[in-house]
Design a protein around this ligand. Sequence first.
Ligand SMILES: *Cc1c(COP(=O)(O)O)cnc(C)c1O
Length: 399
Amino acid sequence: MGKRSVYDAEPIPESARAVIDEMMETGDLFRYTASLNDPSPVTLLEKEFAAFMGVKYALAVNSCSSAIYLSLKAVGVMPGDQVLIPAWTFAAVPSAVVHAGALPILVEVGANLRIDMDDFESKLTDSTKAVIISHMRGHTSDMDAIKTLCDFYDVPLIEDAAHSLGTLWNGQKVGTMGTVGCFSFQSYKMVNGGEGGILLTNDPDVYAKSVIMSGAYEHNWAKHMTDDVPFEKYQNMFPLFNLRMSNLSAAVIHPQIAEVDGRVAKGLKNYEYVEAKLNNSPFIEVPKADAREVRAPDSLQFNLIGFDDAEAFDVMEISRQRGNMISIFGMQGDNARVFWNWKFIGNVPELPMTRAMLKRACDIRLPIGLSVEELDQTVDFILTCVADAKNTSDVKLCG
Ligand SMILES: *Cc1c(COP(=O)(O)O)cnc(C)c1O
């Protein structure tokens, strides 16, 4: 195998091969072909993932975006309803809200990459029908305060933990604190299924509705092998959106669950190593972990300190020219995590705090497979790009 690049995804464990070979012969790729007492690879994945996360029910689907959309429908969000979302998240989140016909209300995110609780509190009202929190790249917002407020208003809390599998808050896994938690198995996340997502809940009604809407037509829900879920109550009462996962994806994902803890530990070790070195620079600040949080990082975010727009732009431009772009969310024309690029939501609000953060927050991948030598190279690369951008600010490469 050649040298790994920062754009590589995690390799697939060898043990996936036997299951996949068998499927090649039987052609048994559809999750509901299996007989009632013989769990399909998708059902097996759901059972094991739920057990791993310590949650009652899991529903595997074709993406985290689908999981978020189903969550909104299953908690009863109706067209025209208000849904609170962070102003810093992946475009999939406002997209799911729009897909459900609802109205995304954007909440400010501060320079510490967490939701601003004053703005959250002022926007959470009796009109709010759901809250989506994105644990963006492992940066966890104040889940204690958010949960308390959601409980007070009796609003369902949906956790978008797409890119935060393994992150802990007060020792509890993120994605297991709200009404529903959603994860992604897209290739750049902690578990690589190419595409895929999973929804977790302890609520039997939310689970029944999600399973049916995901495409468990007729009595296929029986193949989820759960006994206390009121599927019959919702049969034919909800549309079928057909967002199912195929057995092939499940076979690729399943053997990776056992690797998650190791990947998380390695990712955190790499992150803390790089973080300590970067924080020696006067130009860089890596947002500190909250005392209640243990992250599961496979990328690194840091803020540029004392840079104007042109200097910040030069960090991006210099690093791009040198072959490993340090992207700055709000300086990259089409970044999907930048709220003013979400033209599809209609009127994009003015959010000065989030805007200021996005203009200085840098983002670089830190794959867990990097060696110490590669980590050192990454640190040197970041430090020289940032210092050179600051020092050539008179030249103004591209400002
Ligand atoms: C990747 C990601 C998603 C979307 O996941 P898909 O499986 O690609 O649909 C949603 N939210 C966040 C924060 C993500 O990082």
